[in-house]
Design a protein around this ligand. Structure first.
Ligand code: FMN
Length: 404
């Protein structure tokens, strides 16, 4: 543990990671180590500190990393400071209702579980723990192509239709086979992720891998993810960099599932997605893991909402850590909000119980924001409830974390 602390200090001094790692180190040393039960955890930042202690460094590096200097990753958080809540008073908020219906899927909360690959790397409960937590708390779930667990088992554990996230291979027959398998497993929609056509440079992951002295090849050797079972993957890449908008029509020819496009960041692309028949979009920069020096997704949202103009549902993800973050996105016109890392911190810290705690914490915070603002239902949250300052506000006690 000492060498780990030393390494975190080194990271804190690095120009690459300063703000984030200094904060995480401080939380770990002051609070994280003392918490042993999920119910003691007061917010997702504490869960992050606990996950850092429990997940092996290389795996934690994979979970945390952005790309290059992590500027997009940090922007996702900083973007929320541009927006402030405008609460209304003396509204009957005695029966808050967080439930939503999105493309025929009902959920008790607008917080959707985003696809995150390789959950077996964080806890033995893996995707089954996430699915069981989603079922227990009533959240909708999207399962990654890179799932450590077979899609049929996850769908059964969730016990309501899940959605499948697709990385298209550059062999169309394999893509079709995966779509058919997801549909047979009961998935009602597929999210095609389109934001990684050229690979990425995950330096934070590389830094944390240096701290891990285990022999990675022992576990990673020759392992194929369950979704590729029975497919000829020789020479096949998990990205097709030749894809164009026609892919939506091609997918619709081979599946009855709804098709969502994940990775939209500008209004013009949102309009193209609608024009080509997408049933929904996910505004996402892959949690700061795709292109460096982008806008925060919350800052992309207004132009996308304007371009879509209510024609299809909009999910947004990237940096959502507080109920107020979620409230702001709903005010700006998002139908639902996705989270990635936070539930994986819960998974890494406590397995299924940790995921449940993260979902409950965020639902509680969102409920407080809704009641405090005079909006008892998701449908009642609209543009009048948020103010765009027009620029980010410098970091202060803005909800970045406990020790801000
Ligand atoms: C470790 C990790 C793995 C991910 N794997 C996938 C994936 O397999 N497919 C995908 O579409 N997005 C993937 N994402 C992106 C998430 O779906 C989501 O867009 C992002 O995590 C949201 O940002 P947040 O982590 O700040 O909440 C991954 C994100 C993380 C952190």
């Amino acid at each position: 543990m000492n060498s780990r602390r030393e390494f975190l200090k080194y990271l804190a001094a690095s120009p690459l990671l300063t703000e984030y790692s200094a904060f995480a180190q401080e939380v770990e040393e002051t609070l994280g180590a003392r918490l042993t039960d999920p119910s003691e955890v007061i917010n997702v930042f504490e869960m992050e500190a606990l996950a850092r202690e429990k997940i092996p460094p290389a795996h934690f590096g994979y979970l945390q990393t952005g790309v290059d200097s992590d500027a997009t990753l940090r922007a996702n958080r900083a973007g929320f400071t541009r927006f402030q809540i405008r609460p209304r008073r003396l509204v009957d908020v005695s029966s808050p209702d967080l439930s939503i219906d999105i493309l025929g899927t009902q959920a008790k909360s607008p917080i959707i579980i985003c696809p995150v690959g390789s959950q077996g790397a964080y806890h033995a409960d893996a995707e089954l723990g996430t699915a069981r937590a989603a079922k227990a708390v009533g959240h909708h779930m999207i399962l990654s192509t890179q799932s450590s667990t077979a899609i049929e088992a996850v769908a059964e554990a969730r016990d309501e239709p899940i959605w499948f996230q697709l990385y298209p291979t550059n062999r169309w027959a394999n893509t079709v086979a995966m779509l058919q398998r997801a549909e047979a497993a009961g998935c009602t929609a597929v999210c095609l992720t389109i934001d990684l056509p050229g690979g990425r440079n995950t330096e934070t992951q590389s830094l944390l891998m240096r701290e891990d002295d285990r022999d990675c090849s022992v576990c990673h050797k020759g392992q194929a993810k369950p979704i590729f079972k029975g497919l000829d993957m020789k020479g096949v890449m998990l990205n097709d960099s030749s894809l164009t908008w026609s892919v939506i029509g091609r997918m619709k020819e081979v599946t009855n599932m709804k098709v969502l496009i994940k990775g939209i960041e500008v209004g013009a692309d949102a309009a193209l997605a609608v024009q080509h028949g997408a049933d929904g979009i996910v505004v996402s920069n892959h949690g700061g893991r795709a292109v460096e020096t982008e806008r925060a997704t919350i800052e992309c949202l207004p132009e996308i909402v304007a371009a879509v103009n209510g024609r299809i549902p909009i999910i947004v993800d990237g940096g959502f850590r507080r109920g107020t973050d979620i409230y702001k996105a709903l005010s700006l016109g998002a139908t639902a909000v996705g989270i990635g890392r936070p539930y994986c911190w819960g998974l890494g810290a406590f397995g299924q119980a940790g995921v449940e705690r993260v979902l409950n914490l965020l639902n509680r915070e969102l409920t407080i924001a809704m009641m405090g603002s005079g909006t008892p239902t998701i449908a009642s949250i609209g543009p009048d409830y948020v103010h765009d300052v027009g620029h980010r506000i410098e970091r202060g006690r803005m909800g970045f974390g406990l020790l801000d």
